[in-house]
Design a protein around this ligand. Structure first.
Ligand SMILES: [Fe+2]
Length: 417
């Protein structure tokens, strides 16, 4: 038996890997800008994870970040033109870039809001009765909504049947993230009286120096929200403060105070993934419902594991758009399945990157994966009904020729490669 070279031994590696010797040490371990932000603003860090009725004073007396109020009532913000609800795309763009959020007025009609409100409250009660309610420090969340009502499928699609302002919202998201963006999750966040405020955080907790967002959150107010019922806490403009500090490698100083987001039911609020925000406190007896529908660059890992979690009935009727948003269209660099997807561009309905059939085969219990093969494999092994073979063949029959891959080899286009 060959002796393993000493350089491969764990002891040898450990001795040669003291922190000072490691490459990219500063970059990998840098916790900026959060570290300096928390140093300069310690009050936004710690929120004891307990329920209680002693949280907050909506009349804005204590000075804690969560005991605040809406911009129009806040002494530090009331004279500043923070985003207002509007349908004016130019204003929405300005608000997004300047303040890190914008409010699309009446993105959902009164009737559309009612459809979602009813479904959310009903589902929440059902999950409580089933003993599977997902309690959060703020109340209750309904996760993986796509499985829990047709209205949620349409919400993810920004379909005008449930989001009358869908085309406008999509335009803004596309401008922020570039084309090809996908959905990370759809959650109904219900804040209940007695809930705990959430520490301020960035959803985009990586690549903090980015000059444009890598993710945005599309919040839909199903309840009208304000300082009394847990309007989202946020620091206007903090997306820029945080990314500028990270890019310039300077510490974050004292931040402006947080406000409660206010929005009437039916408003969609797009927030920049770099914006500091957190769940507010509901001081009322009425549940506060906000739909959280994060969107992100297509190469990022998604919050919801849509590959596994989506019901087959939902997948069977899903539009190409919904499938794409859930990540069911592979690209060369993401989500390829046994090699199917190399050369694909992640387009809607693109057969060369469609991976749905693998999942449906698994659901039927007849997903044949390619395993070990060799020159002496028998015919039965070589001619096995590999699902890959079926999917590739279907893609070819679709008449689409796959684009040329990075190696110059045309993949999934008809020739074996
Ligand atoms: Fe968040």
């Amino acid at each position: 038996m060959n002796k393993i070279p000493i350089e491969f031994g764990t002891e040898h590696i450990a001795l040669a890997s003291v922190p000072e010797a490691q490459m990219y040490r500063d970059e990998v371990n840098c916790q900026e800008p959060m570290r300096s932000m928390l140093e300069a603003n310690p009050e936004i860090y710690f929120v004891p994870p307990q329920r209680g009725h002693d949280w907050g004073n909506w009349e804005y007396k204590s000075g804690s970040y969560y005991d605040t109020t809406i911009g129009a009532k806040h002494p530090d913000w009331r004279d500043i033109p923070l985003p207002q609800e509007t349908k004016d795309i130019k204003q929405l763009r300005y608000d997004m870039v300047t303040w890190g959020y914008c409010k699309i007025e009446d993105a959902l009609s009164v009737d559309q809001v009612e459809i979602i409100r009813e479904r959310v409250l009903s589902q929440a009660e059902g999950e409580r009765l089933a003993g599977i309610a997902q309690k959060t420090p703020s109340g209750q969340n309904i996760n993986c909504c796509v499985n829990k009502g047709r209205c949620f499928e349409l919400l993810i699609e920004q379909h005008p049947d449930i989001v009358q302002g869908g085309p406008l919202v999509e335009q803004l998201v596309t401008e922020a993230l570039g084309s090809g963006w996908i959905c990370t999750s759809l959650i109904a966040a219900i804040s209940l009286k007695g809930g705990v405020p959430q520490a301020l955080h960035q959803d985009q907790g990586f690549y903090p120096e980015s000059t444009s967002p890598m993710s945005v959150n599309v919040l839909t107010a199903i309840s009208s929200i304000d300082e009394k019922n847990g309007g989202t806490l946020l620091i206007p403009g903090s997306h820029r403060i945080m990314s500028d500090a990270a890019r310039e490698r300077k510490p974050v100083g004292k931040l402006p105070p947080a406000i409660n987001l206010n929005a009437k039911a039916g408003t969609m609020v797009i927030t920049d993934g770099r914006l500091l925000h957190g769940t507010g406190i509901n001081h009322t007896d009425t549940p506060r419902i906000v739909m959280l529908n994060g969107m992100q660059k297509p190469w990022m890992r998604q919050q919801e594991n849509w590959m596994l979690s989506v019901r087959s009935e939902v997948l069977a009727r899903a539009s190409n758009k919904l499938l794409h948003r859930m990540g069911y269209q592979a690209t060369t660099g993401t989500q390829t399945n046994e090699g199917h997807g190399f050369g694909a561009r992640g387009l809607l309905g693109e057969a060369a990157g469609a991976i749905l059939d693998f999942r449906l085969a698994a659901d039927r219990g007849d997903y044949h994966r390619v395993g070990e093969l060799c020159p002496t494999s028998v015919d039965e092994e070589l001619n096995a009904p590999f699902t890959l073979r079926e999917v590739v063949s279907k893609a070819r029959k679709g008449g689409r020729s796959a684009p040329v891959g990075i190696t110059g080899i045309r993949i999934n286009s008809g020739e074996e490669g």
